[in-house]
Design a protein. Sequence first.
Length: 451
Amino acid sequence: MTPQPNPQAGAAVKAADRAHVFHSWSAQELIDPLAVAGAEGSYFWDYEGKRYLDFTSGLVFTNIGYQHPKVVAAIQEQAATLSTFAPAFAVEARSEAARLIAERTPGDLDKIFFTNGGAEAVENATRMARLHTGRPKVLSAYRSYHGATSTAINLTGDPRRWPNDLGAAGVVHFWAPFLYRSPFHSDSEGQECERALQHLEDTIAFEGPATIAAVILETIPGTAGIMTPPPGYLAGVREICDRYGIVFVLDEVMAGFGRTGKWFAADHYEVTPDLMTFAKGVNSGYVPLGGVAISGAIAETFARRPYPGGLTYSGHPLACAAAVATINVMEEEGVVGQAAAIGERVLGPGLRELAERHPSVGEVRGTGAFWALELVKDRETREPLVPYNASGEANAPMAAFGAAAKARGLWPFINMNRTHVVPPCNITEAEAKEGLAALDEALSVADEHTV
Ligand code: PMP
C-alpha cells in the first residue's frame, strides 16, 4: 500500500493526542509522539507519507508484521460471529488457541491460563507458585523486565522499578550471567555460568530455601539487553530449583513465539520450566493477549481447590481468534524458520560486519530476529556510550543515533546504551539489508561520541 500524505489529518490526530492521551513511561509535556497513519508488513508510515522500516516490531510483538490479511480476516470473522464472551464458558476460539499453544510449549506445560498481556501473566505465575508451594518469596534477576503492574514491576530489575519500589514483600534480586559486563568478573562463558549458579545457590541459602516459592527468569533477557545465557546455566537453575522444591518460571513474553528462531527460547536450552509466561508474539499483538502455560503438577494443585484469580477478559474470543490465525500463519509460512534463517544469514553476519567498522559497537549478541548492539565510548574499557539510565542531555549521543536512523527511514529500538534489532520474524532479506544499511549510517553518528 502506498501511503497517501494527509498532513491535516495528522495534525488533528496529534492535537487530540497531546490534549488527552496520557502516555506510558513519559513526562507528558516532554514527548512528541509520531502520528501514525498506517502499517503493513515490516513498515509503517506517518501522515506526511514518510515510511519507516520497523526494526522494533512495535514493542517486540509484531512477529508476523503488521496487517497480515489472514489474521485481520480471522478477527473480522470472530467479531461477526461471537465478538465477546465471559471466561467461564468453553468457546471455540479460546479452546483452539489453548490447544495450539499447549501443543507447542515444552514438556507438560499443557494448561493455559489466559491474560490480557505479559504483566498479568507474570502476576498470575508468581501467585500460582506461591499458592503451590505455600512460600512467600520470589527471586528475579537485576537485569530483567517483567512488566509494570505491582508485583511485575517489583520483579523487574531495570531502573523503572526504582520509583515503583514501595517495598513489596518477598521479592529478592540476584545476578544472572552476562559475560560482557560480568557481575562475577569472569573471563569465560564456563566460568560465568559456574559463578552465576553458585551465586544463585548462595542467595537461596541466605534467604532460606523454605521461604522461596519461585525463581523467575527471562529465558533470554530482552529489554535488559538480549543476553543469551551461557550453555548450561538454565539447566543448572532447573536443577537447583528441583533440589529445593522451588518453582521455576520462565518469562517468554518477549522471546517466545518464534522471536529467537524456535517456538520458545527454552527450546534452545532444552529446559522445561514449571510455569511459562507468554504474550506479544502469541498473536502478534493484534488484540491484547497473554497467558501462563502451566505444568501438570501445578495444575494438579488447583484440580480440586479453586484458583483464586481471574480476569474479565481472560481468553477474549477476538484475541484468541487472532492467536489461532497467527499460529496457523506461522506454521503455513514457516515463520519460526524464517526468524532462524534471517538471524543466521543476514542479521548476525551483517551486524558483526558493522561492529568491525564502527568503534561505537562494543558487542553484538542475539539469535533469530532478536539482536542487541551494545554501544560504547571505548571498546577497551567498555564504558557505555551513555551512562546507565541516562536521560536528557546525558542521553544526547543515543538520541542523535536514533534521529539519524529515523532520518534514513529506519525506526530503531533504543534502550539505554543499546539498540536492539528486533524486526518482524518474517522480514525479507532485502528489507533486513535495507535496515542494516540505514543502521550503518546511523552508527557513524554514534561513532562521533567515542574516544
Ligand atoms: N515480561 C517480559 C519479558 C516483557 O518483555 C514484557 C514487556 N516488554 C512483559 C513481561 C510485560 O508485558 P506487558 O507489557 O504486555 O504487560
